[in-house]
Structures are given as C-alpha cells and as structure tokens.
Design a binder for this molecule. Structure first.
Ligand SMILES: *[C@@H]1O[C@H](CO)[C@@H](O)[C@H](O)[C@H]1NC(C)=O
Ligand SMILES: *[C@@H]1O[C@H](CO)[C@@H](O)[C@H](O)[C@H]1NC(C)=O
Length: 353
C-alpha cells in the first residue's frame, strides 16, 4: 500500500514537471514549437487587428498548413501556411506598441524567422496622398517617449537626467504655446521633447544600451518593394462609394508610431512638418525596434484609412474606408511575400541614429 502511494506520487510529480517545465511555456508547447520549426525558415507575418488579418485568411493566395495550421502560445495564435511558395507564420498582436513589441519578440524567440513583414491601416499625414493609398516607409520612429519640460524652462535648459545620457534635446520638441487657437500664448503644459528608444542589440554586450530614433527597414526588402508600385488597386468601396482616383502603392521616407489614435489636425501638421511622417499609426516602430535589435530584416506596408484629423468632414473617415484600406494593405502584402524567395536572414544592423 505504501509502495503504491509512493509510485503514484512519483507519477503525479513527473506529470507536473512535464506540464510546468520551462518558465510559462509548457514542455508540450516547446516540443510542438520544435516540430513547427522543421517547416522553417518562415517569413514572419505580424498584423495588429483581426480586420487586417481576416482578408488574408479568406484569400486564395494564402494556404494554411494541413499538418500544423496553428499553435497557441501565451494568448497569441501562430498560424502556419504559405504564400506564393514562401512558408509563413502569421500572428495577430492586438493594438498598440506594447502588444506589437512583445508579440514580435515572442515570434522571434520561438520560431525560425528569416524576415518580418508587417501591414495594416494608418492615418495619413501627407497632403499629397489620399485615403486607400498604400505606403511603404523606409524608416520608422516611436514618437511617444517624451521628456516633459517644466513650465519656465526653455530650449536652452538642460532636461532632467540629460547629463547622464538618459534624455536628449537632439530630436526636438512640441511647444503647447504654439497651438493656442487665436495666437501663441504661454501654456503651463510648456514643451514635450521627443526621445530615442534605449535598445540592447542581441549582437552587443548585455545591459550596454544604445539609442535608436529612426529605425531603418531592410534595404533589400525596401528595394524589392519598388516592384509593388506598379500594382493596380480598386477605386470603389462598393457600387456607390468611390475614391477620387484609384489608390496607388508608394514607397515613402518616414512612418511614425505612438500609443495614440491621432484625430487632430494640429498634431498631424506638426508631425508632417517636424518629422516628415506619412503613415501615422500605433505598432510599426515597436515591430521595427524588436526586429532591428535581432538583426532580422523587416518591412511595413500601411494603407491610409483616414486623414488623422486633417479631413474636412465632421468625423474621422476610418470607419467608412477601413474595409478597402485593410484589403489594399493585404493585397500588397500578398504580392510582396513571394518576392522574398532567395532573400536571406541576415541584415545590416545599424544603431545610434
Ligand atoms: C515654450 O513656450 C514657452 C512660453 O509658453 C517658452 O517660455 C519656452 O521657452 C518654450 N519652450 C521651448 C522649448 O521652446
Ligand atoms: C457603400 O459603402 C459606404 C461606405 O462604407 C456605405 O456608407 C454605403 O452604405 C455603401 N453602399 C452600399 C450600396 O452598400
């Protein structure tokens, strides 16, 4: 009797160990991850929301793997399949920089990924483009890391912890005084100074920080994307609602991300004038910062769904044009991924911008 109880306890303990094994990821999941990686290397597809992923799932250009269609890890679903002969693993992040960054890190930690393609909709800060156009920026910055200056201080005053190298006045500021309806006047909110991210490239020394503000996309992917500029996209949402001209695909210099849904003309104009942003959205710079630190090639494809507060209509246009904008971004992504046949995994890693 005592013997049997001991044996049973041993079996239970072994089962618990197998289930709990490594950190929060079970041994069962790790073995499924190893099996999945036999199908690699993959193009990692990172998408913010369901409305930007669903058109992929229903596209004939995407086929789900019959042997391993998906693997669920840590509240995320990794779907396996192929697009034009390229093996892909696709994951939905959810809204915002935190979700985008941690999901991209999870993707790269678990799977053999040769490069990352990210897509979605965005606000448009460039007057020269229209809703429905699909933009492919060459650089991305995260614009919601700030040092908020106290009232009374000006551009000549050092920021707190600036001397320690934690913060800088290098990338400029927004002064609330300049945005007073009826003319410039002192404002107790004073100024916010835009800050680069602290990064820790995997090829560097642990805990030795570098800084990154403008993060470049892969130069190879960016040059491959030139082929997409010939794509023709539909001009009509349905039989009655059409855009002034057919949307086009265009490579642009800069995209900007922040934990902000932007529906404000003043800030939109500021971002355009100060930083040269075209798409403004909430995830790409996070994906870029993670990919960059791993030296993994990365590209974003963002279609313009609204004017980020710069439109003449009474409301934001995103709800009206979200469908066509999401579909356009997906169509361009589906054309881009097959161009990666033969593209390797290593990319130039450049830091301290
Ligand atoms: C912002 O405006 C205030 C006046 O409201 C001025 O005192 C301050 O120097 C300005 N700050 C910068 C960084 O230009
Ligand atoms: C066409 O799309 C617009 C914008 O989404 C919508 O307001 C309108 O009702 C649609 N018309 C038809 C006929 O479906």
């Amino acid at each position: 009797m005592v013997m049997r109880r001991l044996v049973l306890a041993g079996v239970v303990a072994a089962a618990m160990m197998a289930a709990a094994a490594e950190g929060f990821i079970s041994a069962k999941t790790w073995s499924a991850v190893r099996r999945a990686n036999r199908g690699g290397p993959f193009v990692g597809l990172v998408v913010p929301n369901a409305y930007e992923m669903d058109p992929v799932l229903s596209s004939p250009s995407f086929s789900l793997s019959p042997t391993l269609p998906y693997l669920d890890v840590q509240g995320r679903r990794f779907r396996f399949g192929s697009i034009g002969g390229q093996n892909v693993v696709m994951v939905m992040t959810g809204l915002s920089m935190l979700n985008a960054g941690l999901t991209t890190q999870l993707l790269l930690s678990l799977f053999r990924v040769k490069g990352i393609v990210h897509w979605g909709i965005a606000g448009n800060a460039d007057e020269g483009l229209q809703i429905g156009d699909v933009t492919i920026p060459e650089q991305w910055a995260h614009l919601s890391l700030w040092n908020w200056q106290r009232y009374g201080d000006g551009p000549e005053n050092e920021l707190p912890l600036e001397a320690a190298g934690d913060y800088t006045r290098q990338f400029g500021f927004l002064n609330f005084s300049d945005y007073t309806a009826g003319g410039r006047s002192p404002n107790e909110l004073n100024s916010i100074w835009f800050q680069p991210e602290e990064i820790f490239p995997v090829s560097g020394t642990p805990e030795q920080r570098r800084h990154a503000f403008w993060v470049p996309v892969s130069s190879l992917y960016f040059s491959l994307a030139q082929k997409l500029e010939e794509m023709e996209l539909p001009a009509c949402v349905n039989a009655t609602t059409c855009l002034p001209r057919a949307p086009r695909v265009t490579r642009v210099s800069r995209g900007c991300s922040a934990n902000v849904f932007l529906d404000n003309a003043g800030y939109r104009q500021f971002l355009r004038a100060k930083f040269g942003c075209t798409p403004v959205e909430m995830e790409s710079a996070a994906v870029a910062l993670v990919a960059h630190q791993h030296g993994v090639p990365f590209l974003t494809i963002r279609s313009l769904s609204d004017l980020a507060g710069g439109g003449s209509s009474l409301g934001n246009e995103a709800s009206e044009f979200l469908g066509i904008a999401a579909q356009n971004a997906v169509d361009v992504m589906l054309k881009f991924v097959p161009l990666l046949a033969g593209a390797g995994a290593a990319d130039d890693i450049v830091v301290d911008m």
